[in-house]
Ligand binder design. Structure first.
Ligand code: WT7
Length: 655
């Protein structure tokens, strides 16, 4: 939802009118981990009265080599959870399951886009992880070193993550859709020692190459010593002698004996880059014990995960959703996880539904933007399949429009499956606001209420709570186990970005309101960040990419509401030296952004202008640009605008 939607009434009103309520069925509740509202309220009261006790009880369910001496050490804004305790995530996700019949349970069910498939039991996955951990050691990767993973959706990505976690190397996954430049910046920011990649992968029936981007990036990454290349497509790639090594060749040189390292609860597990309001992406740092505690608990409770389930989260592992809910959360619970390499509409728009029937998927977690695409492609595609194995549906990434929620409920869930709308962020590490499917009555369009042990409030800018149904800023009032610990290499920015805007609390960047039932309605981002297909893009980052092109003098990027993507990227551009824009240049600039950042950030629309609307102090008036991008007219206040003729020109340019 765009900022415009927060101020203009229609969207908010249609949500305000949303009063359909869906109660968990008696049948679902009877078998659920948390099976009634009363039980949930008891947990909530416990989390309220004694949050540390609550989280300690949850952490007990993991394996610790050494118990902690203190649950929480809170020196605002820095938290340490389970102080003094030692554990290992790879041990918790693998070794723990090898002492029972689970060793022969499928951990990963993988399907490639061309239709090839692989199954890895917990025992087999453990073996591969141990071997790759030994490959890391062989190349001198040590505890605390950073390893970049730039890989497609293949089991080897999960194997590489778990291998890093096993020896205490910190991984930094860079989504395969990012460009060579973006990869280079992220490798350098974290000072990675090694990069693990693949030759390519399959997407919509064609090969997408990954290795050439790595070759480009590695021209300017002084800290990288070695590059391991997994062979997925078999395409010919350049292999730099002394630097590049084939995954399968290296795996053949090591044994499978690699005990999990005993790591401090606060040992850095991973860095994941996310967009902020300034040009430079932020390396969000997550650590070990607290992160695992909250992802393990939420996977179990929110998805009501049971031993027999076949669990499918469609997110790419390159995003936080994939880290927490494809790999770490489900494997910590000993689940069977489905992983699919390719596009949802290949060879036809029913690929997901076919996969659900083929593997008898029971739990399905996806994004509203995907649901809107399914709606657009037509219900004939899901209707060709039974979908009778499904018992629970989930969404994440952006607010789900009540219409899309109803379609999901009826056409995919057949009116039978509860829907969990889960609110969280890269920074929160794990789910924060969500229904529990056997307990919480849901309303289409709201993530409902915070998890037990999580304290959230809607506040004014100066830190006062607002009343029911009043919009405000969504803040988190107490530290939580899976919270980010800092921004890699920039603790000052961490303080500034998250803890200084509103006094004494974490500010998430979202606007929200709480209704009379205490349900949270997320109204979207309040900063200069736009949400495209459930992925956060910093407008400043796209602007810098545009300005780095030789023809561009100045650029302003805003979001425009888009039926499919949630928000589309609109760029207003002024050119150097009186040049005039044309379609060819638009195309060039779009390609330039794709090269600088990745295709995800390509502007959907580029408008050339002689000048951008500015205040007298020289600040670009984005609100006006947003209005122009959305509706072509400016209705709001323009009294601070420096030069009124600019607006006229922007409007004419649009025709
Ligand atoms: C932003 C976080 C968490 C993984 C996916 C995105 C928006 C996320 C919801 C939801 C309304 C949501 C927020 C948030 N968002 N989930 N259920 N309802 N909005 O992670 O890239 O860190 O983005 O996504 O605006 O701040 P991310």
């Amino acid at each position: 939802m765009s900022e415009k939607d927060q101020t203009a009434s229609p969207t908010i009103e249609s949500i305000l009118n949303e009063n359909r309520m869906f109660h968990p069925s008696a049948e679902f509740a009877a078998q659920a981990h948390v099976g009634s509202l009363e039980e949930l309220e008891r947990w909530r009261a416990r989390g309220e009265a004694d949050p540390e006790g609550f989280w300690a009880e949850m952490a007990q369910q993991l394996h610790w080599f050494k118990p902690w001496t203190k649950v929480l050490d809170w020196q605002p804004p820095h938290a340490k959870w389970f102080v003094g305790g030692t554990t290992n995530i790879s041990y918790n996700c693998l070794d723990r399951h090898l002492t029972s019949w689970r060793r022969n349970k499928a951990a990963l069910l993988w399907e490639g886009e061309p239709g090839d498939s692989r199954t890895l039991t917990y025992q087999q996955l453990h073996r591969e992880v141990c071997r790759f951990a030994n490959v890391l050691k062989k190349f001198n990767v040590k505890k605390g070193d950073r390893v970049a993973l730039y890989m497609p959706m293949v089991p080897e990505l999960a194997i590489a993550m778990l291998a890093c976690a096993r020896i205490g190397a910190t991984h930094s996954i860079i989504f395969g859709g990012f460009s060579a430049d973006a990869l280079k910046d992220r490798i350098n920011d974290a000072g990675c020692k090694m990069v693990v990649t693949a030759d390519g992968c399959w997407r919509r029936g064609t090969e997408v190459k990954l290795k050439p981007a790595v070759d480009d990036a590695l021209l300017h990454t002084p800290t990288i010593e070695n590059c391991i290349v997994f062979q997925r497509t078999g395409t010919k790639v350049h292999m730099e002698v002394g630097r590049d090594h084939w995954w399968h060749e290296m795996m053949a040189t090591v044994n499978a004996d690699c005990p999990a390292e005993e790591l401090d609860s606060e040992h850095p597990l991973f860095i994941l880059y996310t967009s902020g309001t300034t040009g430079k992406p932020k390396g969000i740092l997550h650590t070990t014990g607290g992160y695992l505690t909250q992802v393990a608990l939420t996977t179990k409770w929110v998805f009501d995960l049971k031993e027999e389930d076949v669990y499918w989260c469609t997110a790419d592992i390159g995003w936080i959703t994939g880290h927490s809910y494809v790999v770490y959360g489900p494997l910590a619970n000993g689940a069977t996880v489905l992983m699919y390499e390719g596009a949802p509409n290949f060879p036809e728009p029913d690929r997901f539904w076919k996969i659900i029937d083929d593997y008898r998927v029971t739990i399905f977690y996806t994004a509203p933007t995907a649901i809107r695409a399914f709606i657009k492609w037509g219900e004939q595609w899901p209707l060709r399949h039974q979908l009778s194995s499904l018992r629970l549906l989930g969404t994440v990434g952006e607010p789900i429009n009540p219409e899309a929620w109803m379609w999901y409920h009826k056409i995919i869930g057949k009116g039978r499956c509860p829907i969990v709308d889960t609110w969280w962020q890269t920074e929160t590490g794990a789910i924060m606001i969500t229904p529990l499917p056997g307990a919480t009555p849901t309303k289409p369009g709201t993530a409902t209420r915070p998890l037990p042990g999580i304290q959230i409030e809607i506040q004014t800018k100066d830190g006062h709570p607002v009343g029911a149904n009043q919009g405000g800023y969504l803040v988190i009032k107490r530290p939580w186990p899976s919270m980010l610990r800092t921004i890699w290499g920039d603790d000052e920015r961490y303080r500034q970005q998250y803890w200084s805007e509103i006094p004494g609390v974490y500010f998430a960047g979202d606007g929200a309101r709480r209704d009379e039932d205490g349900y949270h309605w997320i109204m979207g981002r309040v900063d200069d960040v736009i949400n495209v297909s459930g992925h956060r893009l910093g407008t400043a980052e796209i602007e810098s990419a545009l300005v780095s092109h030789e023809t561009v003098a100045e650029a302003a990027v805003v979001g425009r509401p888009d039926d499919l993507k949630g928000q589309a990227v609109v760029a207003f551009v002024t050119l150097e030296g009186g040049r005039t824009g044309n379609d060819e240049l638009k195309q060039k600039l779009r390609e330039h952004v794709a090269k600088e950042i990745g295709s995800l950030a390509k502007p959907d629309d580029i408008r050339f202008a002689d000048m951008l609307p500015k205040t007298r102090s020289g600040k670009i008036m984005r609100r006006l640009l947003r209005e122009i991008a959305a509706s072509g007219v400016v209705a709001g206040d323009v009294t601070t605008l420096e030069d009124f003729s600019v607006l006229e020109k922007l409007r004419t340019d649009e025709e």
